[in-house]
Write a protein that binds this ligand. Structure first.
Ligand SMILES: Cc1ncc(COP(=O)(O)O)c(C=O)c1O
Ligand SMILES: N[C@@H](CCCC[NH3+])C(=O)O
Length: 373
């Protein structure tokens, strides 16, 4: 299993992954540098991305990453060239788009044809990519990769993906006489953001994927390849909540109450970007006051700066109260910004009742440090 570092990465997370025996998917030089600095062995790292720079590829090949997932024809040639120049043979997978419409938000679906990731299976493009990769001395093609999207509950998309990936393995065997030893079905498992979400248990999905791959390989007469997956959200999403202090409570009669907090789209862009839904609760005290329809908003200069669109909070909510938004472990800190020169909050880890900062609070000096002159 490869944890998708884009969901949230810090040195502490890399150390935990290393100790737990997980591998790591990185998609930039920055994530790679964090992984290496925190001691993740390079062979346990996979490098992803639809536009890896020459520098990123060189860094990864030099470090000896376990695999690079190739995303385009140009990249097949580029990685082969760099590996050869460095006197190496790089292990690679080819990312294909299997033509599945994953049931999720348009911006986080990645397996339909008209989007930027991967090489389409359609039109024989993926088969052509395999042909080219197999010919290049700098590459060792170890498998095929598919990632159909994110925050997915319905496993039928994975079934179709597995069917099509195994179908390609069969074509490769028939044409080239080689059986590729690995497939990766990506990440994408959905988590519960509100009580309405009802995701399946990760171990059930893992078993379902394994069964699908076995079935498809049996049907195609192929040896079962090593199967890997790359979950991010399912691992880290449910583990964290964001704590906000209420600053202003503004009641708009007949509409709703706006609860402004000391953060916003700079620490959680997901509501603005995907219309994501979250829940929220008062946590610094108990209250028996009537529930009031509330919208939790940030302090940024945007009317779309919403954290929780519709929620019920107690009518006696007051400045200074603390409220918590659960399920914010994935794609919140990792997509945080300094918009309006906001200082990003710290990340605190808790184990056995002990709390410890793993990412410190930003300071004004941090902000000013990058300004020149
Ligand atoms: C290639 C790849 N792998 C894995 C992931 C992780 O996805 P998720 O956090 O939904 O499991 C992503 C993000 O969607 C991705 O693009
Ligand atoms: N960042 C997205 C998911 C995309 C993940 C990367 N392909 C989210 O918050 O849901």
């Amino acid at each position: 299993m490869f944890y998708a570092g884009k969901a949230f990465l810090s040195r502490a997370v890399v150390r935990w992954l290393t100790e737990e025996g997980l591998n790591l998917d990185v998609c930039s030089a920055g994530e790679l540098a964090t992984a290496l600095a925190a001691g993740m062995p390079a062979e346990r790292i996979a490098l992803h991305g639809n536009n890896k720079s020459t520098g990123e590829i060189e860094r990864a090949v030099e470090a000896g990453v376990g695999r690079i997932v190739l995303d385009s024809f140009q990249e097949i040639a580029r990685v082969a060239h760099i590996a050869q120049r460095l006197g190496k043979r790089q292990r690679v997978q080819i990312r294909i788009t299997v033509g599945v419409e994953a049931h999720t938000h348009e911006f986080i679906a990645t397996a339909h044809e008209d989007q930027k990731f991967g090489i389409p299976l359609a039109g024989g493009l993926a088969a052509e990519a395999v042909r080219r990769a197999l010919k290049l001395d700098g590459l060792e093609l170890i498998g095929i990769h598919s990632h159909i999207g994110s925050q997915i509950f319905d496993t039928s998309g994975f079934e179709v993906a597995a069917h099509r990936v195994v179908g390609l393995l069969g074509e490769i065997r028939d044409e080239h006489g080689v059986e590729l030893p690995e497939i990766d079905l990506g990440g994408g498992l959905g988590i519960a953001y509100t009580s309405e979400d009802d995701p399946r248990e990760p171990h059930e999905i893992a078993k379902a994927l394994r069964d699908i791959v076995h079935r498809e390989c049996d049907a195609a007469g192929l040896a079962v390849p090593r199967l890997s997956v790359e979950p991010g959200r399912a691992i880290v999403g449910p583990t964290a909540f964001t704590l906000y202090e209420v600053g202003t409570v503004k009641e708009l009669p007949g509409l709703r109450t706006y609860v402004s907090v000391d953060g916003g789209m700079s620490d959680n862009i997901r509501t603005a970007l995907y219309d994501a839904e979250y829940s929220v609760a008062l946590v610094s005290r108990t209250s028996t006051a009537e529930p009031m329809l509330s919208r939790v908003v940030g302090k940024h200069c945007e009317s779309g700066d919403i954290i929780v669109r519709d929620a019920f909070l107690p009518a006696d909510l007051a400045p200074g109260d603390l409220i918590a938004v659960p399920a914010t472990g994935a794609y919140c800190r990792s997509m945080a910004s300094n918009y309006n020169h906001a200082l990003r909050p710290p990340v605190v880890a808790v184990r056995d009742g002990q709390a410890r900062e793993i990412v410190r609070r930003e300071t004004e000096e941090d902000l000013l440090r990058l300004d020149v002159g």
